[in-house]
Design a protein around this ligand. Structure first.
Ligand SMILES: O=C(O)[C@@H](CO)OP(=O)(O)O
Ligand SMILES: [Mn+2]
Ligand SMILES: [Mn+2]
Length: 622
């Protein structure tokens, strides 16, 4: 057995013993002050089960208000403290076979190539999709929310997609407070469902919407209006038509049962409603105008026709369809949101729902003129921001992601700097910290957001702000003011989503150059780097058949893949501050993104909490 593992085990046993002694005193106190047999039996169960016991204790500390000592991480037996560590997340940077549709392979990426030469001791691959990041199945591609959650939290949580599946399957969703709240409007008002219409499984899923429509009507909704956002980013471009047809069939079935159910408005997800991190409030305003006010530049009587016609506009695609409203024969919108109505935003993923949630929920709101603010009962599919408690009502409780590595490290004195440009800023802060906004300790943290270009598709500016992000990181590293400098480099992902292969190649090169800037700074301060990614995207830009060859559509054309992938992602470690004996373990079963947190904690000189996924590294004595 590896000596380090033995040492950690010995240490963990010692830690557990001391925790036991302290806790036993506390338990004794409880036992003396309480004669209840049920408490006694659950306590004895806890004592017999160390894992359960640890968790109870941690929860108890959290409930009682935590003190520094409860957050204290044990010293790593071999790895020193005080190293400057750069954590670089390349967004949408997976590992795939080299061919012409692998933009990372095609691009000149000397820095990332040189890291790969360190395999297997300093470069490895980890899973970034499916159950490894808490998604319902291994057919689910990775995404930024679950990826950064896993990277930051060090544990795998059942994510929104899965929690909604469970709540719908068991019917619990209809018994909870959120649904009962909106149900109050069903007698007199309309139920509006707003969200992304596709089966991508990143932000929402069509089958969940179908179940919700059915369930809501069975639970009393008599008038339903759906406000659709077309996708083409998590699914193939052009697939919107099929999704709208499917929805129209479902709504027709509801109408046959006497429910007045229709599509009321729509628009492409990148142009209507689903902006994030306050990059461009106009996007949300366009949605508000169509969904709430019933106003849009395009009016149609039929949603399938709307999507087909709008797709014919020059350079148009599903992601960017302009807003439209569905009108009746007299030209009146069929479903503006009115006083007394209920509204559900049915996306489970947080980032692109926070802004619309604010517009729907906040009384004081000055981001755009809402013109008319209907008195509604609003619920999110999930609560999108745990810190802001936004929205206050929701149908399914989000995963409770707590005790993240970021919080532990800051509470153990690790001064932390995080940076990206707007479109990914929340990824290295909000998602990294378990969907929590703000600082843990403002005196030890600095988060810097570089404004993203607004109103363009990123194939036009594929270099994005990679250099600016890298220079901020470089300055933070050289300043000596921070122990951890964390960035997200968005290029591979944001440009990959445009489906523009040439631009994506430029994007990958730009990201690689940014990595170089950061690694040079690490070199100068004798630091350590951890370079990884949150999921794949740019490494595969074409839809493939079962044998891995590019799939052709019925006209014989290859189909460009704008979405993320199921590919694994690299993790590379190195830098002059890394002890020579540190290398990747070979005994971690199916390593995934969640194993990175413990790894980073080790490199900062700490042992990760015992319920974290195991570290990827070991220290071998030379
Ligand atoms: O842009 C987004 O919202 C998603 C794709 O739907 O990408 P990412 O998970 O990388 O943020
Ligand atoms: Mn991402
Ligand atoms: Mn993406």
């Amino acid at each position: 057995m590896n000596p380090l593992i033995v040492e950690i085990d010995v240490w963990q046993t010692a830690e557990r013993l001391s925790v036991y002694i302290a806790s036993s005193l506390f338990l004794l106190f409880v036992i003396i002050t309480s004669s209840s047999p049920s408490i006694l039996s659950s306590l004895s169960k806890s004592i017999l089960n160390p894992l359960l016991f640890n968790r109870h204790l941690q929860n108890f500390h959290l409930k009682m208000g935590s003190t520094d000592s409860q957050w204290k991480l044990a010293d790593h037996p071999k790895l020193p403290k005080g190293k400057k560590i750069a954590v670089v997340v390349l967004d949408g940077w997976g590992e795939a076979n080299p061919d012409q549709y692998n933009c990372i392979h095609v691009a000149e990426t000397p820095t990332m190539d040189s890291l790969k030469k360190g395999a297997p001791e300093k470069w490895t691959l980890v899973k970034a999709h499916g159950t490894a990041v808490g998604l319902p199945t291994d057919d689910d591609m990775g995404n930024s929310e679950v990826g950064h959650n896993a990277l930051g939290a060090g544990r795998i949580y059942a994510q929104g997609a899965k929690l909604v599946d469970l709540a719908l399957a068991s019917g619990k969703i209809y018994e909870e407070e959120g649904f009962n709240y909106i149900k109050e409007s069903f007698d007199q008002g309309t139920l509006h469902l707003i969200g992304l219409l596709s089966d991508g499984g990143v932000h929402s899923r069509l089958d969940q919407v179908q179940l919700l429509l059915k369930g809501a009507s069975e639970h009393g909704a008599k008038r339903i209006r759906v406000h659709i956002l077309t996708d083409g980013r998590d699914v193939l471009d052009g697939s919107s038509v099929g999704f709208v047809e499917t929805l129209e069939n479902d709504l027709a079935e509801l109408r046959a049962k006497g429910v007045d159910a229709r599509i009321a408005s729509g628009g492409g997800r990148m142009y209507v409603t689903m902006d994030r991190y306050e990059n461009d409030w106009d996007v949300v305003k366009r949605g508000w105008d169509a969904q709430v006010l019933g106003e849009a530049p395009h009016k149609f009587q039929n949603a399938v026709e709307a999507v087909k016609k709008l797709r014919e506009l020059p350079n148009m695609n599903d992601q960017y369809l302009p807003p439209f409203v569905i009108v009746d024969e007299s030209g009146n919108p069929v479903g503006p949101i009115l006083d007394g109505d209920a509204v559900v935003t049915f996306n489970f993923r947080a980032d692109r729902m926070v802004m619309i949630a604010k517009a729907l929920e906040y009384e004081d709101f000055d981001k755009f003129d809402r013109v008319r603010v209907p008195k509604i009962r609003y619920a999110g599919m999930l609560q999108y921001d745990g810190e802001l408690k936004l929205p206050s009502r929701y149908l399914v409780s989000p995963p409770l992601i707590e005790r993240t590595s970021g919080e532990y490290l800051v509470k153990n004195g690790v001064r932390t700097f995080a940076c990206s440009e707007t479109v990914k800023f929340g990824h290295v802060t909000f998602f990294w910290n378990g969907n929590r906004s703000g600082y843990f300790d403002a005196s030890k943290e600095e988060y810097v957001e570089i404004p993203s270009d607004v109103g363009i598709t990123f194939n036009v500016q594929p270099k994005m702000k990679a250099v600016e992000i890298a220079e901020k990181a470089r300055d933070a590293i050289l300043s000596g003011k921070f122990d951890q400098v964390r960035v997200n480099l968005p290029n591979g992902d944001m440009v990959g989503h445009t489906g523009d292969i040439e631009a994506t190649v430029v994007a990958c090169k730009a990201a690689d150059e940014a990595v170089k800037i950061i690694l040079d700074a690490v070199e100068q301060v004798g630091g350590i780097y951890v370079v990884t990614a949150d999921h794949g995207n740019a490494e595969d830009m074409v839809k493939r058949n079962k044998s891995g060859q590019p799939a052709k559509d019925k006209n014989g054309n290859i189909q460009i893949l704008t979405s993320h992938t199921l590919q694994p992602v690299p993790v590379a470690i190195g830098g002059p501050g890394l002890l020579p004996g540190v290398k990747f373990r070979t005994d971690v079963q199916t390593p995934g993104l969640a194993n990175v947190a413990a790894t980073v904690m080790n490199l900062h000189g700490f042992v990760a909490p015992s319920d974290y996924e195991p570290t990827l590294i070991e220290v071998v004595d030379n």
